[in-house]
Design a protein around this ligand. Structure first.
Ligand code: AMP
Ligand code: ZN
Length: 468
């Protein structure tokens, strides 16, 4: 298996610490809003990576965190906790928001055939681990207390900017311009390990610590959760490219200072899904979700195919026209596969030869588009239907495109036009009630619809509905 490693900027042979076993860590979602289809591009490609490793025979243990505290609106330790932002927006508690959007994320994963990681760990479960790690960093002299916060001292490291693909200045651009200077920091690149500053008094979730009541910084959570489940070594760490700096840079700083040795050997980063305006992001407002695609009649697996048709190390531009093209290709592919009959013998020679090509494509830095091309090739090949079906079944373990599911039924349940109009009117009425801050009325409308089997989902694009 060869894979691009952001740390060395090379495609390298993948050699895990322990033969046959892979410890894999994934930065999970910040659950203050729905995941957008850009976030899900990262999770789809990480899913393919995990399944490729398993397909190749590795025993993979994969851990993913859920960020339910500490991720501020700017990655550079300023602004408000994103979770609090979500709670205020929806007049709920932080824990209610976390539960709702964690469940929504799991449901998106299921729709996209993304396997659940072996361990899912919310950050709020591991406060003691973070406190312990921060205490050790203070003892070892890698951290300091200033203005009641605990900071990591980046000047104590021989090399802080380990991802040398970008210059220091370029990396600092990742830290948004509108951030206020934090005068407590000894060095510009220092970052918060534990917040207690009075500025965050309105923070809902706080814990006692040796440094006062407060809450952990975002970066410490991934170092702490990884140490909790994997101990001293990690083979591969994944995330979207925006995580390279400061998040992953800071994770490495903390983990290696804490452990006293090298921590993670391979860093796998998925490039962004972009649209005409640039990177799709939650904070920018308009973003697309899986439910929104479904609401427009798209099968989520067609979006998975859209992602698989391009390489994870290239930006991918989304447009509905581009998605429509993939949808026709996807539907045609499924239809052609459904015509295959369980007939003839499986030819071992043909099976092995196609399997080898497929394995080569994925082992070559996860070349998913090539892997899909191999399916088209095998459909055209002069081999028995049974061989084709066996191969497609085998490949779909990794691709997870529902290739053998057969064409989808054309339509869901019919909705009466008058009933649809009633729903739309009620949504408008609820919107007006919310605007007038009459939340009791807004909730009553939601419940009235729910009793009739209509579920509402509030998104940045407006309120969506579906039948229960
Ligand atoms: P967040 O929920 O913001 O913590 O992000 C979850 C994951 O999505 C992280 O791995 C991000 O790096 C990744 N991500 C964020 N925006 C995009 C995007 N436009 N395209 C692909 N991945 C993204
Ligand atoms: Zn992380």
């Amino acid at each position: 298996m060869r894979i691009y490693n952001t740390l060395t900027r090379k495609v390298e042979d993948f050699v895990p610490n322990e033969e046959g076993k892979v410890n894999m860590y994934t930065c999970g979602p910040t659950v203050y809003h729905f995941a957008h289809i850009g976030n899900l591009r990262s999770y789809i490609m990480e899913d393919v990576l995990e399944k490729t490793l398993r397909y190749l025979g590795y025993d993979v243990k994969r851990v993913m965190n859920i960020t339910d505290v500490g991720h501020l609106s700017s990655d550079a330790d300023t602004g408000e906790d994103k979770m609090l932002e979500g709670a205020k927006r929806e007049h709920k508690t932080v824990m209610e928001i976390a539960k709702f959007y964690t469940d929504a994320f799991f449901s998106d994963m299921a729709k996209l055939n993304i396997k659940m990681p072996d361990v899912i760990e919310p950050a709020t479960n591991c406060i003691n681990e973070f406190i312990n790690m921060i205490s050790v960093l203070l003892e070892k002299g890698y951290a300091y207390i200033a203005g009641d916060n605990v900071y990591f001292d980046t000047s104590k490291l021989d090399s802080y900017y380990v991802f040398s693909s970008q210059s220091e200045n370029e990396l600092l651009v990742g830290v948004r311009d509108d951030v206020e200077e934090d005068n407590n920091k000894k060095n510009k690149s220092d970052f918060v390990l534990w917040f207690t500053k009075s500025k965050f008094d309105n923070q809902e979730l706080k814990w006692d610590s040796p440094w006062g009541v407060g809450y952990p910084g975002w970066h410490i959570e991934c170092s702490g959760i990884s140490a909790k489940h994997f101990g001293e070594q990690l083979d591969i760490h994944c995330g979207g490219i925006d995580n390279i700096f400061p998040h992953h840079t800071n994770e490495i700083a903390q983990s290696e200072a804490y452990l006293g040795h090298k921590w993670c050997n391979y860093w796998f980063h998925v490039h962004h899904l972009i649209d005409k305006q640039g990177k799709m992001s939650k904070s920018k407002g308009d973003f697309l979700t899986v439910s929104l695609l479904e609401g427009k009649g798209y099968n989520p697996l067609a979006y998975r195919m859209f992602c698989l048709q391009s390489h994870y190390r290239k930006p991918l531009e989304f447009s509905f026209d581009a998605l429509d093209n993939v949808v026709s290709a996807y539907d045609k592919l499924i239809k052609n596969i459904s015509k295959l009959k369980e007939e003839g013998e499986v030819s071992k020679e043909a099976f092995d030869s196609f399997k080898e090509k497929f394995t080569d494509a994925l082992s070559n830095d996860i070349n998913t588009s090539m892997a899909i091309t191999i399916i088209y090739d095998l459909l055209k090949a002069d081999i028995s239907d049974k061989t084709k079906l066996e191969l497609i079944k085998d490949f779909d373990y990794v691709l997870s495109l529902g290739l053998l599911a057969g064409p989808k039924e054309e339509k869901g349940p019919e909705v009466d036009v008058a009933f649809e109009k009633y729903i739309i009117d009620k949504i408008e009425e609820r919107k007006a009630a919310k605007k007038a801050k009459d939340f009791a009325k807004a909730d009553a409308i939601r419940n009235e619809l729910l009793e009739k089997g209509v579920v509402l989902k509030d998104t940045r694009e407006g309120t969506l509905w579906e039948l229960n």
